[in-house]
Write a protein that binds this ligand. Sequence first.
Ligand SMILES: NC(=O)c1ccc[n+]([C@@H]2O[C@H](COP(=O)([O-])OP(=O)(O)OC[C@H]3O[C@@H](n4cnc5c(N)ncnc54)[C@H](O)[C@@H]3O)[C@@H](O)[C@H]2O)c1
Length: 289
Amino acid sequence: MSALLGKVAFITGAGSGIGRGIAERLARDGADVCITDIDLDGAQDTANLVTQLGRRALVLKANSASETQIAAAVASCVETFGSLDIAVANAGIARAAPVLEMSLKDWQDQLDVNLTGVFLTVQATARAMVQLRRGGRIVCLSSLAAENTGPMMWAYSATKAGVRMMVRGWAQELGSQGITVNAIGPGVIETPLAQGLAGEADGPIRANLEARTPAGRVGRPEDIAGLVSFMAGPDGEFMSGAYVLMDGGLRDARVAGAPSPEVAAEMGRHMAAGEARRRHLQPLLDERD
Ligand SMILES: NC(=O)c1ccc[n+]([C@@H]2O[C@H](COP(=O)([O-])OP(=O)(O)OC[C@H]3O[C@@H](n4cnc5c(N)ncnc54)[C@H](O)[C@@H]3O)[C@@H](O)[C@H]2O)c1
């Protein structure tokens, strides 16, 4: 495929999961890719996938919650590739806790990355697009959680609902510059962030999820990447201000009752793994200047 040949894509949080899938897909479509993340190892692995596809990759350590870091990354991208045609505000975190226990730090980190980070990414990339005068395509990651919420999820949901509304305003402001802005609402996609919800292959969480999902399977980063490719490509020209849910039909599925002991045991293991990953990434997330 070559629908994006000659285009340059800038992706935040591209060192893992959905962001990595998007980088790979856009490279497959012909784009060169600026891969930004707080985690350089993950970003480098993604860059290797992009270069194996014959496209150019630029790895940049940038915290999307930092105005200076994200502005510097956008400047490096434009300086290196001479353009910036597609921006994907993908970086996101989830800090699940009940209201009685949520720490101010966890609340604030979610706002900083999921709302301020998306705003800073869109502002910096849109400024570059306006200056380059070639139009552009911007995609922001919202979530099924923008529509459905529940215990422990409400703070994450609030940030993702905010993304849906920001995108609608930005689409109005940037349309005259030839820039479209859209949001995607993934359901449960198998990535490190959602391991506790997606479970492992052949495990009890996965079996329960597959049984409840009309599409009969868990989501994959490629599913979301295909939609980004559409929004960024020639067929997406007339789409702006949209929010597209991609969840295999899960939104309206019956909610399961209390988890079985097998599901609860698997959830416990994923929570422990998630906590270990968080301890690794938190010091990087705290580097903002
Ligand atoms: N996986 C799902 O089921 C799911 C569902 C709905 C929405 N989403 C959203 O999709 C996006 C990607 O999620 P994922 O599942 O691929 O997560 P992930 O944890 O696998 O990947 C996220 C990447 O973002 C990076 N990151 C985190 N904070 C950052 C920051 N401040 N600056 C730069 N990089 C940062 C991490 O290092 C990681 O590489 C997120 O916005 C998430 O909220 C995911």
